[in-house]
Design a protein around this ligand. Structure first.
Ligand SMILES: Cc1cc2nc3c(=O)[nH]c(=O)nc-3n(C[C@H](O)[C@H](O)[C@H](O)COP(=O)(O)O)c2cc1C
Length: 322
């Protein structure tokens, strides 16, 4: 599929996840064959006010490309200015967050709050499109709540404003992450717009991915929580689709090796002290389902150094008879 002039090989995308999909995470998923990755959401205002932490979030490594940067914000001028500044980081795509349900984002009129105002959505996209030649895309939900399910209207407004693709998560803002995602709305949006549609919500296996592609006819599937501690999901989806191979879970050794590689890269980018604090949640995700996972998860919550992680890994493997 193509996002404007950008050709994407394959059908899988990594969902933007704040506090999760940093450069190290995106690189690991790329190693396992994801076709397209997106940054955590980044404040457009933070960027234009030269916030140093915001600049760090913008960094992209060559090995992870093609990469989208996701902005949140609600002022067309600021969003456009952020696109101009973003050019120095050479994102392949700039995505707009119109789906975040978190109060501190929504209460500032950003994220899914934008879906209450289709005219503003149109203005934001059109001013961004006019400010840069980088493709502009948008990620939406099904609507604000069950009384305002307007994904189709928003998708049409964004397409008309010049968006090059749309991702839709089949839940309303009010649902947050509860209940199951409604894939029918993905199909409806796909049937309405001419630009590519990326389907999102509840893909936890290669079978789910194929199911979503078949039932909604979307152009690409986006995986979020299904990739936590499980970058293999992208390899499994590709192997199932292109080779007809049945997914085979990774061995304990493989899990530990990939976890160590991931955390090592994280520490390289963020420094060991900061990196290991962030590593705690990733370790807990990687070891889920292994023998004595609860005990090791407890320990993971106190990790301070990479050496401590090496020690934990050795004991984890022993416990799992490796
Ligand atoms: C921890 C976490 C952080 C998230 N952060 C973002 C974000 O920054 N931007 C965004 O558009 N969606 C964000 N989302 C939503 C996901 O991109 C995705 O739409 C949602 O998790 C549904 O997909 P899934 O069922 O594959 O997880 C986040 C989700 C989670 C679980």
């Amino acid at each position: 599929m193509k996002i404007k002039n950008l050709k994407l090989n394959g059908v899988t995308a990594l969902a933007p996840m704040a506090g999760v999909t940093d450069k190290a995470y995106r690189e690991i998923c790329k190693k396992f064959g994801v076709s397209y990755v997106i940054s955590e959401m980044i404040s457009a205002k933070g960027l234009i006010y030269n916030n140093e932490n915001t600049f760090k979030l913008m960094e992209i490594s060559e090995s992870e490309r093609p990469t989208g940067i996701q902005f949140f914000g609600n002022e067309p001028d600021i969003m456009a200015r952020a696109c101009e500044i973003a050019e120095r980081f050479k994102p392949d795509v700039i995505d707009v967050n119109m789906g975040c349900p978190v109060p501190k984002v929504v209460n500032n009129g950003c994220g899914s709050a934008l879906m209450k105002n289709p005219e503003l959505c149109y203005k934001i996209i059109s001013s961004m499109v006019n400010s840069t030649s980088t493709p502009i895309t948008v990620k939406i939900r099904k609507g604000w709540d069950e009384n305002q399910e307007n994904a189709i209207e928003i998708a049409m407004a964004c397409e008309e404003a010049g968006a090059s693709a749309i991702t839709i998560h089949g839940r309303t803002k009010s649902q947050m992450y509860s209940l199951t995602a409604d894939w029918q709305i993905i199909k409806d949006v796909k049937n309405t717009v001419s630009i590519p549609v990326i389907g999102n919500g509840d893909i936890l296996s290669a079978y789910d991915a194929i199911d979503m592609l078949n039932t909604t006819n979307c152009d690409m599937v986006m995986v979020g929580r299904g990739s936590l501690g499980n970058p293999w999901i992208f390899k499994e989806i590709n192997e199932k689709i292109y080779l007809g191979k049945k997914p085979k879970p990774p061995s304990v050794i493989e899990k530990v090796d990939v976890m160590l590689e991931h955390i090592n890269t994280l520490c390289k980018y963020k420094g060991e002290l900061h990196g290991m604090k962030e590593a705690r949640k990733y370790v807990a995700w990687y070891i889920k389902g292994l023998k004595c996972a609860a005990k090791f998860r407890n320990e993971a919550g106190k990790l301070n150094s990479f050496n401590e992680l090496l020690d934990l890994s050795r004991r984890l493997m022993k416990e799992n008879k490796m």
